[in-house]
Ligand binder design. Structure first.
Ligand code: GLA
Length: 386
């Protein structure tokens, strides 16, 4: 088995600094988040990567040895010490760079320095590298070349480092991610803390709303699996409009739907909020073991759309115990009765028992179809046994 399959046999889970802290990320916050992953029990649920995103280094440039340098004010202890601390808690340490001379936020990046930077990351004890694609050439061949260079450098650096590709799906990374050593690849641009897409005042760029992720996840579903996963972006659960990224936040129902989609699509689950200050609802969404087990099921088959009638969708994901996860989505702004048919589930006319994993209750037995009331933007996640 190639080593990247061992690294990401199921979708990676953890926490990433960007959605909450942006350029203000610092070692105190990262330590406190790592502590909270342990004290809250989230580590035990599988959230084990602590990833520092963009803006961690001195912006002006490299040092006299041409090495990247951690910002001395925000990371005064240095990255080795921070990596050691994260490891001392039984967690894994992640960092970030970009396949160009500068990152998205304008910090020095790794193009032309791949081996040197991979060695530096290894010396920090890094276990995960998110590799962005700002300021790099548009074409697919260049992207494959640049990701191959860093993939090779990581393979040769003497440490096993999970390679997380982030070119936003523009050059079909689901087709070549595994070949460059990637264990996950972003399949979309940045999602914002919003149900609908967000435009800036000039209308010249946008961040995706959650409602746009359904189509993207459906298009690439067949390409994810053990060893290499379609990454729908870091989670926005718990941000409530207070994060670094734009957006006014979602309703509780919408955050639950976001989580349901990420879970059934087998996206990596990288938390983006400040887990030290989560409300009860966000905690419930992120820590439901039966729901997380759907995402982490060892069969590793991303859910697919079984049926779509306008804004009403039924998704299906086979599980290793022979049961089927079924997600029902109402993307409409009015409530609806949505029918789930035996043929959607793939367990034909045998009697079936359905359990609602969010509400933690039996929905009941049915044979040919189930009709469920689904509120606007709501989802229902079922586990169905034949
Ligand atoms: C890009 C990525 C984001 C984040 C920022 C950091 O936009 O897609 O996930 O890493 O860069 O600048």
């Amino acid at each position: 088995m190639p080593s990247n399959q061992l690294l990401a046999a199921t979708p990676p889970m953890g926490w990433n600094s960007w959605n909450m802290f942006g350029s203000k990320v610092n070692e105190d916050a990262v330590r406190a988040i790592a502590d909270t992953l342990v004290s809250s029990g989230m580590k035990e649920l599988g959230y084990n990567y602590v990833v520092i995103d963009d803006c961690w280094s001195v912006k002006a440039g490299r040092d006299g040895n041409d090495d990247l340098v951690p910002d001395p004010e925000r990371f005064p202890s240095g990255m080795r010490a921070l990596g050691d601390y994260v490891h001392s808690l039984g967690l894994k340490f992640g960092m970030y760079s970009d396949a160009a001379e500068r990152t998205c936020a304008g910090y020095p990046a790794s193009y032309g320095h791949e081996e040197q930077d991979a060695a530096l990351f290894a010396s920090y004890g890094v276990d995960f590298l998110k590799y962005d694609y700002c300021n790099a050439p548009e074409d697919q061949a260049s992207a494959i070349d640049r990701y191959t260079r860093m993939g090779k450098a990581l393979k040769g650096c003497g440490r096993e480092i999970l390679f997380s590709l982030c070119e936003w799906g523009n050059r079909s990374p689901h087709l070549w991610g595994p070949q460059v050593g990637g264990s996950m690849w972003r399949v979309s641009g940045d999602i914002f803390d919003s149900w609908v897409n967000v435009w800036n005042a000039q209308g010249s760029w946008y961040g995706l709303g959650i409602d746009t992720s359904f189509g993207i996840a459906s298009t690439v579903a067949e390409y994810g699996g053990p060893g290499g996963w379609n990454d729908l972006d870091m989670l926005i659960v718990g941000l409530k409009g207070k994060g670094h990224i734009a957006g006014v936040g979602l309703s509780n129902i919408e955050y639950a739907t976001h989580m349901t989609l990420w879970v059934i699509a087998c996206s990596p689950l990288m938390i983006g909020c400040d887990i030290r200050n989560m409300d009860e609802h966000a905690t419930k969404l992120l820590t439901n073991p039966e729901v997380l087990a759907i995402n982490q099921d060892p069969l590793g088959i991303p859910g697919r759309r079984a049926r779509k009638r306008g804004p009403h969708e039924v998704w299906r994901k086979p599980l290793s115990d022979g049961s089927i996860a079924v997600a029902i989505f109402n993307r409409d702004s009015t409530g609806a009765d949505i029918t789930v048919k035996s043929s959607d589930i793939g367990l034909l006319d045998t009697p079936k028992v359905a359990q609602d994993l969010w509400l933690r209750k039996e929905v009941g037995e049915f044979t040919d179809k189930l009709i469920l009331r689904v509120q606007p933007h709501e989802s229902i996640l079922l586990k169905v046994r034949g």
